[in-house]
Design a protein around this ligand. Structure first.
Ligand code: KG4
Ligand code: ZN
Length: 365
């Protein structure tokens, strides 16, 4: 279980900001948070299921939903008690209801709807990707975005994780234009698959990153998907080529070459992400740029983002890892922003494997 406390528990009650209890259970992380409408994260509490899915080499939906059932209520209970919060202090319950694994979403949703009835508190369903897109504007004692959310638009955000690879333009809350997305595998999915075949377990993106640090990124070349072809991404060719390379090698050879293989594969995936980000930046004058999602933990990507931050005239936001990977704080911020804009849901709110068509504008290819 990971915990992250930021400000004195009761100071927010005196403030005029709205407070949300946020719940995220769209995949395999059970996460709850208290977030204030200025983006301040009062407390974030998450329980990770990686070890439970490790033997299967991927997320097993039934195991994920069963463990959300076991973890969620104790986490909420702990969160409220630790912060001396009662239902009276909570203005709205924010819960991820799309997109994701339906069985997993259902656990968060049923819990949120029950609390909404019991506490007579409004509920708002949040799109998980909207959460990732707004995560760079969360705040705490150690992290402050260089530009306020309301002043940051139009903003260009690269959201890259095990489930998404999206280049988005944000023009306001609820105004998200997808400029580019993957046509096949997500970047994290490709990294995880290659890492798994290298024997690094699942999800192996972080391990691959560690091994890559001592490797030569030019030792092997894998094709870069859709290079120089617009803002969409493709990683299936890079992945297939990487796996073919491993098939040609013995286990001893792979073990001997593991650093070079990791560094080369990582470079080809990350370089494409970065090239497309730079291309999108050159097409329009943005007021800010942000990188988010689990893959943004990658050392090489962060290095490139740091360089961009130094050379760019506009703020480049790279939030701390706890706000990049799946977490309830980002769901809280997205929920509150929509709530303040007048949106609210009711007991008919249902889990959905996909986004609503109206959630995003997809720009013409
Ligand atoms: O955002 P996230 O926690 O969950 C999803 O929404 O998918 O992202 C998880 C992804 C996994 O593919 C994982 O391997 C990858 O992020 N990841 C990394 C690193 N840390 C996590 N990929 C590359 N380098 C890392 N350091
Ligand atoms: Zn995610």
């Amino acid at each position: 279980m990971s915990e992250s406390s930021n400000i004195s528990p009761i100071s927010h009650i005196k403030s005029s900001f709205k407070l949300t209890l946020a719940i995220e259970t769209s995949c395999d992380d059970t996460s709850v948070a208290l977030v204030r409408s200025d983006g301040e994260v009062i407390y974030l509490l998450s329980s990770n299921q990686d070890l439970l899915h490790l033997p299967y080499g991927g997320v097993v939906p039934e195991i994920a939903s069963r463990n959300h059932t076991l973890s969620l209520l104790p986490l909420i209970d702990h969160l409220l008690k630790l912060n001396n919060i009662t239902s009276d202090n909570i203005d709205v319950i924010s819960v991820t209801n799309r997109p994701g694994l339906v069985g997993s979403l259902l656990v968060g949703l049923v819990t949120a709807k029950t609390l909404s009835v019991l506490w007579k508190t409004p509920i708002i369903g949040v799109n998980h990707l909207e959460g990732h897109l707004l995560a760079p504007w969360l705040k705490d004692e150690k992290y402050r975005p260089q530009i306020e959310l309301q002043k940051a638009f139009p903003s260009l955000v690269l959201a890259v994780s095990g489930g998404h690879t999206h280049l988005c333009e944000i023009n306001g809350i609820g105004q998200y234009k997808i400029l580019g997305q993957t046509v096949d595998d997500a970047a994290g999915e490709a990294l995880d698959k290659f890492a798994k075949e290298l024997g690094l377990g699942f999800p192996g993106g972080a391990k691959l990153d560690q091994w890559a640090r001592q490797g030569d990124p030019t030792a092997y070349q894998f094709p870069k998907g859709l290079k120089n072809q617009g803002l969409n991404f493709s990683f299936s060719g890079t992945k297939a080529s990487g796996l073919r390379q491993l098939e040609k090698m013995s286990t001893e050879e792979i073990n001997f070459e593991i650093h070079n293989l990791s560094a080369s594969f990582e470079k080809d995936v990350i370089d494409v992400l970065y090239e497309k980000l730079e291309l999108a930046m050159s097409l329009k004058p943005y007021k800010s740029v942000a990188i988010t999602g689990g893959v943004s933990a990658n050392t090489y990507l962060r290095l490139k983002a740091d360089q961009l931050s130094k050379s760019s005239k506009i703020p480049v936001l790279i939030p701390p890892l706890k706000y990049c990977t799946d977490n309830a704080a980002m769901i809280g911020l997205a929920g509150l922003m929509n709530f303040i804009n007048g949106k609210v849901d009711d007991q008919s709110l249902a889990p959905r494997p996909r986004s609503y068509d109206s959630d995003f504008i997809v720009s013409a290819k």
